[in-house]
Design a protein around this ligand. Structure first.
Ligand code: AAE
Length: 676
């Protein structure tokens, strides 16, 4: 299917690839092992053939430990192999806090305009104080600490102080509803909860007190022992403490309850849990994915060093909430001495120009954003370089969903000579499977390569490797790596864990992404989630192929959603395209004809949807991912109770009418006749 690669065009090349940290590492591996690995691809091959690769990383990235590992890992197949570096003792927070000087560690900024810088020394002292208070109040290794918090210095301190004790941290964004929070925290039973009480988003002040109280009152029946309420992010005012919640204190009072003990780091095994994240299913209670400190540390350090050249000279701004894995994944940047920007608020308030200027003024060198944000910039006709120089920016990384080839081209042109890249992995590994490689060229629409140590392959339905064929298939990982989850919380017999990843291909991680590799460039294109693969008359393709060719309609179309419909009575699947129009525009027959024509020419006649419908809204998860599967299930006949992960659950209602297509179309036909 060559159409997939029609838009893959070379758009960027590093002028000095040999200076990249990944290249220094390759030369170091060659010297250490007497090898002659010529390029990234050979280094990757080594990384998935020899277990010593992980030991190389341990040494090269200077993991701090108190007891060395007895070995790297016991050889074997997934999912049994999860015990990496057995015998070792280390601490995630001790590694992350290895810098302790006067360079800025974290810039904590809010859309209200407040910007504060914290040095590594200050960060360490804040972690010390909080860890002392947590220990004084009874936090112990293995206990859980949860937060409902904005992305800020406080959240980073909560996570690191918790990790220093060997306890396990879990966070949700402040816009998560009561049910969503309880679905998560009832399962993990935190001992302490930190919660914001008043926040500002998109210019609106949001009082969180009643939501937080509902949550903590409920969690008291699930082992909660202490509640720490944060001041308003707008005014700094302290919250009113409720009389009926025992051990409820302000953050200031909680900190004051600690003592002057020095910061110590509990020495724990490599696979000791550090974070609990949640699967973003659209129905049912979320799975509680437990990640270990050693795995997220070594893999996070690897991605920072080799994907983004992180060092003390760099400043990394990842736009994220505390409810997305990118928040957890950004923290190891501190281990490189890299400054982090924690931003709380809407990028569109007071306007997107202010946000862009902020990024440039702060000197961000690495900026992580999403296709959705870039599309908004493009649609608004923004020329970023006219607003601000972005003279420090080197890397613009997009993740969360596929960045289409036209959007790659636009972004590259809009930001000039920066490394525009796309990466993909997910919550399940809190890392990337396919990633950015700054020493290699980029091609529009493509993710550059497999991440080191990740044995990514593409399987067909029968489990045959079809990676080299140019045909799309399932993204799988055939070898264990340390950032696999250690387990799911309260998952007796590992059942949910095995079902989630190993049911389809025994012994092989099935990730659920539909992916293709360009045999010419070796780059990857994620075509969508594989349970959303479109399959009319046996032709398999991904929704993002459709989204990609429809980018040309940006002036008229705000957003699109493409899914397959197959109701119990249908013999074959048909493709439905839903179109959300820009204000004042309509999806009339003329536009529908142009859409069909564009898809036919850009892809093929077989990709043309059976029906195109105008729709008011497109459902998204709170982490900005388009929800295809729930819509597919709805139009195919299922009734869904959306989970707290859906950002705009009311939007799903509109799709129920499309399960009775014939009736709907007959009605439309009658209306059209009546008009004549
Ligand atoms: C790195 C990622 O995988 C981010 C995401 O898609 O959620």
């Amino acid at each position: 299917m060559d159409s997939q690669f029609a838009l893959s065009r070379l758009i960027w090349r590093n002028k000095d690839p040999s200076n990249c940290r990944v290249e220094s590492f390759r030369r170091w591996v060659n010297r250490k092992h007497g090898l002659q690995l010529k390029d990234y691809h050979e280094l990757h091959k080594y990384s998935i053939t020899e277990w010593t690769f992980w030991q190389d990383l341990w040494q090269y990235l200077n993991i701090i430990y108190s007891v060395p590992p007895e070995k790297i890992v016991s050889e074997g197949r997934m999912p049994e192999v999860r015990n990496w570096f057995p015998g070792s003792r280390l601490n995630y927070a001790e590694n992350v806090l290895r810098f302790n000087g006067d360079n800025i560690a974290v810039t904590s900024a809010r859309e209200t305009g407040s910007v504060r810088h914290y040095t590594f020394r200050e960060l360490r002292e804040m972690v010390r104080q909080l860890a002392a208070a947590l220990r004084t109040n009874g936090l112990q290794k293995g206990d859980r600490v949860a937060a409902i918090t904005t992305n800020s210095i406080d959240a980073i301190v909560f996570a690191l102080a918790t990790a220093s004790v060997g306890a396990v941290f879990s966070s949700t964004a402040t816009d998560m509803g009561v049910q969503g929070i309880l679905d998560r925290y009832r399962q993990i039973q935190p001992k302490f909860v930190f919660a914001e009480t008043e926040v500002v988003y998109a210019g609106k002040t949001v009082d969180l007190m009643s939501k937080v109280l509902q949550v903590v009152r409920d969690l008291q029946a699930h082992g909660l022992q202490g509640v720490i309420l944060l001041p308003s992010t707008k005014t700094g005012a302290q919250p009113q403490l409720p009389a009926d919640v025992p051990n409820c204190r302000t953050l200031a009072a909680f900190l004051a309850s600690g003592d002057a003990r020095p910061l110590t780091f509990e020495q724990v095994p490599f696979d000791h849990p550090v974070y609990i994240l949640y699967s973003s299913g659209t129905t049912g209670v979320p799975k509680c994915i437990v990640h270990c400190g050693g795995g997220l540390l070594i893999n996070g350090l690897k991605e920072g060093a080799f994907g983004y050249n992180m060092s003390p000279e760099e400043c990394y701004f990842q736009y994220t909430t505390t409810g997305w894995m990118m928040w957890n994944a950004m923290i190891p940047a501190l281990t490189h001495g890299t400054r982090l920007i924690a931003y709380d608020g809407s990028p569109f308030h007071p306007n997107v120009q202010t946000f862009l200027k902020f990024i440039s003024d702060q000197g961000a060198t690495i900026w992580g954003t999403s296709p959705r944000f870039l599309v908004e910039l493009q649609s608004a006709g923004i020329s970023p370089l006219k607003l601000a120089p972005f003279d420090s920016l080197r890397i613009l990384m997009s993740t969360g969903s596929p960045l289409t080839a036209p959007m790659f081209e636009w972004t590259q042109a809009a930001f000039g000579d920066v490394h525009v890249c796309s990466v993909s992995g997910g919550t399940d590994i809190c890392a990337g499977f396919v990633t950015a490689v700054p020493s290699m060229p980029t091609y529009a629409g493509e993710i550059q390569a497999k991440s080191l140590g990740m044995a990514v392959e593409i399987y067909d339905h029968d489990g045959k490797n079809i990676e080299g064929t140019g045909l799309p298939g399932e993204l799988v990982c055939t070898r264990p790596h340390p950032s696999m989850p250690v387990y799911f919380w309260a998952d007796r017999n590992d059942e949910k864990y095995r079902n989630a990843y190993f049911k389809r291909y025994p012994g092989v991680w099935h990730h659920g992404d539909f992916i293709v590799k360009n045999p010419k460039t070796q780059g990857f294109i994620i075509l969508g989630r594989s349970d959303g693969v479109l399959n009319p008359s046996g032709v398999r393709f991904g929704s993002s192929e459709i989204y990609s060719v429809l980018d040309v309609f940006r002036d008229e179309i705000d957003d699109t959603l493409c899914i397959g419909q197959r109701r119990p009575e249908d013999k074959d699947e048909r493709v439905l395209l839903f179109v959300k129009m820009r204000p004042g525009r309509r999806c009339d027959d003329g536009l529908k004809a142009r859409i069909r024509d564009t898809i036919r020419k850009g892809l093929s006649a077989r990709h043309v949807p059976s029906y195109i419908f105008e729709i008011h809204d497109i459902p998204y998860t709170v982490n900005n991912k388009k929800i295809e599967i729930a819509v597919k299930q709805i139009v195919s006949g299922s009734n869904l109770k959306p989970s707290g992960t859906v950002a705009n659950p009311e939007s799903l209602q509109e799709y129920y009418q499309f399960r009775h297509l014939e009736k709907l179309l007959a009605g439309e036909g009658a209306k059209a006749k009546a008009k004549l």
